[in-house]
Each structure stands twice: as C-alpha cells, then as structure tokens.
Design a protein around this ligand. Sequence first.
Ligand SMILES: [Mn+2]
Length: 387
Amino acid sequence: MKIAHLADLHLGFRAYHRVTPRGVNVRQADVSDAFRRAVARTIELRPDLVLVAGDVFHTVRPSNTSIADAFRQLSVLTEGLPDVPVVMIAGNHDSPRSSDTGNILALFREIPGVTVVADESRRVHLPEIETAVLCLPHNSLAVEGEAPTAMEPDPAVRHNLLMLHGTVGGSVAEQKMRYVTEYGGAIVDDTDIGPERWDYVALGHYHIATDLAPNMWYAGGIERTSTNIWMETEGPKGFVEYDTELRRARFHPVETRTVVDLDRLSARGLSAAETDERIRAAVEGIPGGVAGKIVRLVVTDIPRPLVRELNHRRIRDWKAEALHFHLDVRPPEIRRIVASGAPVRRQTLQEQVASYLDKHWQLTSDTLKRERLVELGTEYIQRTEEG
Ligand SMILES: [Mn+2]
C-alpha cells in the first residue's frame, strides 16, 4: 500500500506587506501555490491513501479566500484520485480552544472521500484497503484533564497506521530535530508510540521533513511558515510517500519561493566603507540576484554609529527588489569593565537575554547546547524588534 503523507499546509499564512495583482498577500499566494503543486504531484503518484497530519490552516478562523482555496484544492485531489480515501486531523493552529467555536475543517466532510478528525481521538476504519488509521488531533493530546488515548494498533486489521499532531520526545527526536520546534504543540513520548508496532506513523507539527524511524516521519511543511523561517531555510519543502510493502519512504520536494540566509559577516575593526563593500559583495553574490526572494544578512559586531553610515540607498533598493530583505545588524557584545568606573552603556534587551542564557541559565538536559540556546534567544528577541 502506498501512502501520501502531507502535513503543516498552513493555508492562509501571511507575511510581509506585498500583495499579488489580485490583492492577495504574496506569501499566502505562495503557500496556496505550494499546495496546488503538492496536490498535483500526489495525484500523479496514485497512492492508495492520503493523510494530512494537521495544521491545514494557519489560523482557527481563516479568511474566506483561504477556505475557498482549500476546498477547491481538496476537491481537485479527490476528483483526481477517485476511491482514494483522504484522512485529515486538526493541528494546534487549526484547533480552537473552545469546542463551541467549531472547527473549520468540519466543512471538508462535505467532500466525498474526505474524513476529518478534529477534536477527539478516533480510529478511522477503511475496509476497502484493509486499513485503520488511529487519529490523534492536537486537542486529543493537549486538552488537560482528558485521559490520554492508548496508542494501540487494532489486531483485527491488516494495516495499522497512526497519525498525530505534536512534538515527539525521546532521544532520537532530540538528536534529529534541529530547532526547539513550533510552539503550542502537545508532547508525546516516542516510547508511547512504539513505531515498530505500526505499519506507518504520520506526524505533523515539526516543519522540517524528518524520519524519527524508518516508518515514522514528520512530512514537514509544504512552504516555510514557521515562527522563525530562518530555522527551516535548509533543504526542500514537500511531502512523504511511504510504501508499506517495501517499507520505504520517499520525499517529494515541492517548488517554493527562494529563501537566502547569507553567511554572517563580522564588522569588527572595519570602517563603514569596508563594511558596505562586504555587504555589497555578499548580496551581489546571490545567483540571480535578490529579485522576488526572501533574503537575510546578519552583520555582527557593528556599532550603531557605523550602521548609520552604511549605504542606505542601496539597501533600500534591495528592499524594493526582494520580497523581503532583512539586513540584521547586531552591535558588539559589551564587556563590562567593573572596576574602571568608566560609564557603561546600558545593554540592549538582546544583549541582556544573550548574556543571561549564556552565564546564568541552568541547562535542564545534557543534550542542550548552550551556544544554540543563546542563538535562539537572540533571534527571538530580534524578531520581536522586527515587528
Ligand atoms: Mn504547523
């Protein structure tokens, strides 16, 4: 049996302020395009089953445009794959906190062939392909006071699949997952899942395609929609195809907008002209230029007065040409000279957070890397400053 496993579509995601000629946010259009491509590729593969592991929408209340678009694409999918069941669960992004808000995913139950599990855990039986999918949407894992669902395969069924939306914990996950993961997810231990007991485990929530076992995958997002997209610039986006007979997974990349995170520059000891020259060389070194791309250049050790002297006209031109150009300037770290009595500049918030994480934070686990923690803390503060 061949399974197409998609996750974290985040339809309706928006970023930056550009709109398409039709007035749609450009990133929203990008995500919609990526989904269209993923649907087309899925139809070509002719799987026996399609799984969507949560976060179909970026928000609990997506816009009418997003809803109509999702409905259209799911109809294209089911019409292109007649008799192929589509099973989807809700993730943390598309699960309202209050159950009387109702889940927008319920609408897709109107499409023949689509099964939606939005709140409580449920085993979906698909007798025509001798399969049962135990579905654990976000709310079934995250709502306090509910007894946790026992994750047991059904011995009466030939193919047992598990689909859940959350953060998998355990040593393999800690090794393989490159960033702290998305906020707001439920945590599930890998020993509770026991991937060896299942034909396949389809995971959603972590946005980088990752195999936690040969038959247990995060499909990753189809576009870059994370809280911090710079954590997911490496590697393509797409979805996973899994063959239960061959026990083999194949990742199918989907074309996405180009995101370039340039190598960091240090301005230590450089003049404004020299710094400008290095910035220019770095940006002009991007093959094909910055046009339409999402670009970041981090420049460290750059004092504020030097920032003011940079060639801002050129930077504005890049900003106009790129979809998003972020020159991320970071001042030198302040070393306090306590005994001198010399006036000490007040630390920026970013410096305070970095220094606290670096010198005072007690690491809660041996597997955490302090350097990475400081970097993450700094980046999050930076993002809040970007607005
Ligand atoms: Mn997500």
